[in-house]
Design a protein around this ligand. Structure first.
Ligand SMILES: Cc1cc2nc3c(=O)[nH]c(=O)nc-3n(C[C@H](O)[C@H](O)[C@H](O)COP(=O)(O)O)c2cc1C
Length: 228
């Protein structure tokens, strides 16, 4: 799956099959998380992979009893080490960079999971103190999100999106209020064009191959026999 298709087809999944997710796939998702950009490359993210039913039950209570938190085979508590970022960047680091960095890591995780056939849901509605107690998280570590992970048991369709044309201004805020032509083809058109050019190249390649095998046959047929 290419990256644009992955971005476009990812959906929040809240119903999961009963089967567990093997550790190597969780590792793949977490590896993707650590590839995210971070301010000063401080990489403030930390992860707690929760499978234990009792802890999951505590997380479920902490997250307003959202059922997918209890029923997902794996819940990853994604945390930010805010102290680490504050030490370099002060209040802005603590309040903004640490959270932005961790959010970028979370998006990487969700896309990686989707690319390998797993479903995820970002759960942000929870009581931080209760999550801290559930997973024995120390003071300087802030839980940013619970990510439920599992094999999807539902197909959800895309909730409506506001088109970027309605949210984008040129040069200064609220300039060019009308929906405007970007002068660029839509992403779909680009992807289609790319596919067509690959198909064309492939056709050319197979025609050449056919031509050369036909030539080989002719050579064999008409070359003077060595036996004579
Ligand atoms: C910061 C944040 C908090 C969220 N909190 C919750 C949540 O508590 N429970 C939930 O079911 N979904 C939650 N979501 C998922 C959103 O509802 C979902 O991303 C949105 O409806 C768009 O749907 P999509 O992910 O399928 O594109 C959250 C998403 C974000 C980014």
């Amino acid at each position: 799956m290419d990256v644009l298709e992955c971005i476009k087809t990812r959906r929040s999944i809240r119903l999961y099959q009963k089967r567990d997710v093997p550790n190597h796939l969780i590792g793949l998702i977490l590896d993707a998380a650590t590839r995210a950009p971070s301010a000063g490359n401080l990489q403030p993210w930390e992860f707690i992979v929760v499978r234990d039913p009792e802890r999951k039950e505590m997380l479920w209570r902490a997250s307003l009893k959202q059922d997918h938190v209890k029923h997902a085979p794996v819940v990853i508590v994604v945390c930010a080490n805010v102290k680490k970022v504050a030490a370099r960047y002060g209040k802005r680091g603590e309040r903004l960079y640490a959270i932005q960095d961790t959010a970028a890591a979370i998006q990487n995780m969700m896309l990686a999971a989707h690319a390998i056939g797993l479903g995820t849901c970002w759960v942000g509605a929870f009581d931080e103190e209760e999550v801290k107690v559930a997973c024995s998280i120390p003071e300087h570590i802030r839980p940013v999100a619970l990510i439920t992970v599992g094999y999807p048991a539902e197909k959800s369709s895309e909730p409506p999106r506001v088109p970027f044309e309605n949210l984008t201004w040129i040069d200064f805020y609220e300039n060019s209020k009308e929906p405007w032509e970007f002068g660029l083809k839509s992403l779909d058109a680009y992807v289609r064009e790319l596919q067509l050019s690959i198909e064309r190249k492939f056709d050319e390649f197979s025609k050449k191959k056919k031509k050369s095998s036909f030539l080989d046959e002719l050579k064999k047929k008409f070359s003077p026999s060595k036996k004579k």
